[in-house]
Ligand binder design. Structure first.
Ligand code: PEP
Ligand code: MN
Length: 300
């Protein structure tokens, strides 16, 4: 008897295990559903976030927003703080870019997702955007993850270029542990020995993480492949693997893009993607997200 009590006391005083726990499926078996404006991510509706890699100017942003909204996208993406491999590459427009993105989003009724690279950018990003994106290169920026734990906005965490699933889940654990439970995971391809594509899309990770965690999982087929010809098939495969949504790069003039133009879908190809998703989603007992109440569609 006494032995059992000592054992329990020892367990209570034991340091918590270092592995993930708050993000695990057991912590919330019903799954997490995240509201972004009127859009719900993680429920039966599949959510498509689309837009340029980087906001370049007002016209490009407006054209892209108009095209993706008309094709049925739910969230507008656009980077204004760009993590570039070279310091000489276009680094993003900063706050003026956020104003362009916000203007285009408002005009077309789309909430916004954009990357935050540093905790010092948070006040600005929180003011303008609806989902804060953590880039692959920042997945283990623990100071940033801690700061995002204090924010009351959804956070999308991209998997690091060479991160294991466990490391990716632990990055999400930082944000949940900090007090913010609105976290989305994003598989964007990992670096492998394969060089035919920009990265290797780890679709098994999507199915695996859906089982292991209660958090919604998004797939970014643009960075995962680097090739617009592969973005449509891999988006359909992501839907079949159980993803909750997509993050896709679209540009009205890919050949002129200042960032990631080679992988951007044209508006026409994006339309094709939106046309081809419903039958795959139907086979998975899902559908493209739509408002429950049709009055919501009018923003009422
Ligand atoms: C991006 O979304 O444009 C981006 C930089 O992605 P990643 O962090 O996945 O490379
Ligand atoms: Mn990009």
């Amino acid at each position: 008897m006494g032995g059992r009590r000592t054992e329990e006391a020892a367990q209570e005083n034991a340091p918590p295990k270092a592995g993930p726990n708050r993000v695990l499926r057991d912590a919330r078996p019903e799954g997490t559903c995240i509201s972004v404006g009127r859009v719900e991510i993680g429920g039966p509706g599949f959510v498509v976030m689309a837009g340029p890699c980087a906001v370049e100017d007002a016209e490009q942003t407006e054209r892209t927003a108009a095209a993706v909204a008309a094709a049925g996208a739910h969230v507008l993406r656009g980077g204004v703080f760009k993590p570039r491999t070279s310091p000489y590459s276009f680094q993003g427009l900063g706050e003026p870019g956020l104003r362009m993105l916000a203007e285009a989003g408002r005009r077309h009724g789309l909430p916004l997702i954009s990357e935050v690279m540093d905790a010092s950018q948070l006040p600005l990003m929180v003011e303008y955007t609806d989902i804060l994106q953590v880039g692959a290169r920042n997945m283990q920026n623990f100071a940033l993850l801690r700061a995002l734990g204090k924010v009351r906005k959804p956070v999308l965490i991209k998997r690091g270029l060479a991160a294991t699933i466990e490391e990716w889940l632990l990055a999400a654990e930082y944000v949940l542990d900090g007090g913010n439970e609105q976290v989305l995971l994003c598989e964007r391809g990992i670096r492998t020995f394969e060089t035919a594509m920009r990265n290797t899309l780890d679709l098994a990770a999507v199915a695996y993480v859906k089982q292991r965690s209660h958090l919604p999982v998004i797939v970014d087929p643009s960075h995962a492949t680097g090739d617009p010809a592969l973005v449509v098939p891999m988006s359909l495969a992501a839907a079949a693997a159980g993803a909750d949504g997509l993050l896709v790069e679209v540009h009205p003039w890919p050949e002129r893009a200042l960032c990631d133009g080679l992988q951007a879908l044209t508006p026409e190809r994006f339309q094709e993607l939106m046309r081809r998703l419903p039958p795959v989603l139907h086979a998975m007992d899902r559908h493209l997200w739509k408002p429950e109440n049709p009055a919501q569609a009018l923003g009422a």
